[in-house]
Design a protein around this ligand. Structure first.
Ligand code: G6P
Length: 474
């Protein structure tokens, strides 16, 4: 295989590049930040390092030429319309995403999608194989790329390979449904180190290796025998991801963000309480449960607009996938009903923004919100919760946080809720609104400290140094 003109000691492989290609109506092409937690975290990790990033531009069509941005070499992979349908919308987001999130919606198993997934994973592996320097490190990310580690090892046995799972890893009882479960596990076992958000995710993976492939595990390791009879040790452990806390706090502390936060409260009619939700519009995020709890609090007369308002930012996501189309219809209808029933002229009960916002606007919204509602039914980590506490340098505000997020393992001083329990969620929201301000400040201080001390740089350093340390055979 011919090596690329330039090679890199660190190569990141993720389904998306950190930037998305947007084509304006006049045909001009712009690049905007890509959505989601993966890019939020990895963008700041990579901006301090030299390396290459292999990913898709978010648009169907031929690959654009590679280019450099902020010291990083971006290497776009082209996906045809068929690849997008099979690999991205189909296997990644209609098979794996629901299966790995507790089948909140049913997972669909289609052989054509799997073929597309394999085809596209191979294209990413081949690009990484060309770009990695001899003995270099390749860091593969997330559920869209689970076959890449083994494919890459086949092409480049000299590189160290890490994989990080940004989403949950399911229990064996659910994972066992996957018709391609063996291929998926063997794909991952091509890596030297597998990183998960929580210990429970790593343990689920190890159990899957034992139960479905009869592989011996010991502690956090799995022993894999190669065709030539040699044994390799693969480590699977938890590395909870985080955010660029210092960078975000610096932004939140600017006078411009402060002024914008005040303006937002004014625009909302200077209410007594501002509740806020910020999510990709995804069925895993518990947006319907949150809206139901809020609607009931309005119906009970516990909360009343205009004294209380809810701002719900829902970033458009995976808009051609059926479950997302259905979710959007349901959320649109619920917001319409709540505003019809409880709004007043100029004072809707819910301000609903189905839009993408800048980091600046998000920081201002976080500062303007008295209560942040993070209520996923299942979430690998949830970086919005970490962003909210980081922006609250004033130690104001309160966080309502679902126990089904990875973040709840770290931010245990939040008002922790079970979003399925609507009654419980309602009392959680009331507690967060009514708690003694000193108690709220103490909680916020503890959560802020946790995120500051476990930021994304620490996460990346810990993962990469673990990847650098060879495992001894068990
Ligand atoms: C989550 C996933 C990422 C994904 C992001 C946005 O954070 O872990 O892998 O990129 O959602 O989703 P999208 O389908 O738009 O890439």
């Amino acid at each position: 295989m011919a090596a690329a003109a330039q090679q890199y000691d660190l190569v990141v492989v993720a389904n998306r590049l950190p930037v998305d290609q947007v084509r304006d109506p006049d045909g001009t092409v712009r690049w905007t930040p890509s959505p989601g937690g993966l890019v939020t975290a990895m963008e700041s990790v990579m901006s301090g390092r030299e390396g290459a990033w292999v990913g898709w531009s978010g648009d169907a069509g031929d690959a654009q030429a590679p280019f450099d941005q902020e010291g990083m070499h971006l290497h776009p992979i082209g996906l045809s319309a068929q690849d997008v349908e099979d690999h991205y919308e189909g296997f990644s987001n209609e098979t794996l995403w629901p299966l790995y999130h507790d089948v909140i919606v049913p997972a669909r198993y289609r052989r054509r999608w799997y073929e597309g997934y394999r085809r596209v994973n191979h294209r990413f592996a081949a690009a990484a194989a060309q770009l990695a320097a001899p003995g270099g490190t390749v860091w593969v990310h997330d559920y869209q790329m689970q076959l890449v580690p083994a494919m890459l090892r086949e092409l480049r046995p000299d590189v160290r390979i890490g994989w990080f799972d940004h989403i949950p890893f399911p229990p064996v009882e659910l994972f066992a449904q996957l018709p391609w479960r063996r291929a998926m596990i063997e794909g991952l076992l091509g890596a030297d180190l597998l990183g998960f958000q929580r210990r429970a995710d790593a343990e689920n993976f190890l159990r899957v290796c034992r139960r479905l492939l009869s592989l011996p595990t010991r502690g956090h390791t799995v022993a894999v025998r190669s065709d030539d009879g040699t044994q390799r040790i693969v480590r699977a452990a938890a590395f909870p991801i985080s955010i660029d806390a210092a960078g975000l706090e610096q932004l939140a502390r600017t006078p411009e963000v402060h002024e914008r936060a005040q303006q937002i409260r004014k625009d909302l009619g200077d209410p007594e309480h501002v509740l806020l939700g910020v999510d990709r519009l995804d069925y895993t995020k518990g947006i319907r449960h949150r809206l139901k709890a809020y609607e009931e609090l309005l119906a009970d007369g516990v909360l009343r607009p205009p004294e209380t308002v809810l701002v719900q930012v829902a970033t458009p996501s995976r808009e051609r996938v059926a479950a997302y189309i259905e979710l959007r219809e349901q959320v649109d209808a619920t917001v319409g009903r709540a505003n019809g029933d409880y709004g007043r002229l100029g004072h809707p009960a819910i301000h609903y923004l189905h839009q993408t916002h800048s980091k600046f606007e998000m920081a201002a919204l976080y500062l303007a919100a008295d209560v942040m509602l993070v209520t996923p039914l299942r979430d690998g980590m949830n970086l919005v919760a970490k962003e909210y506490v980081t922006c609250r340098y004033d130690e104001g505000g309160a966080l309502v946080l679902s126990e089904f997020t990875g973040a709840a393992g770290e931010l245990d001083r939040a008002f922790v809720c079970n979003p399925h329990d609507i009654g419980g969620l309602k009392s959680n929201i009331r507690q967060a609104l009514d708690a003694d301000p000193r108690d709220k400040r103490r909680r916020m201080r503890a959560m802020r400290r946790r995120v500051r001390e476990h930021d994304v740089q620490r996460w990346a350093d810990t993962f990469l140094s673990a990847l650098d340390t060879p495992q001894n055979p068990a």
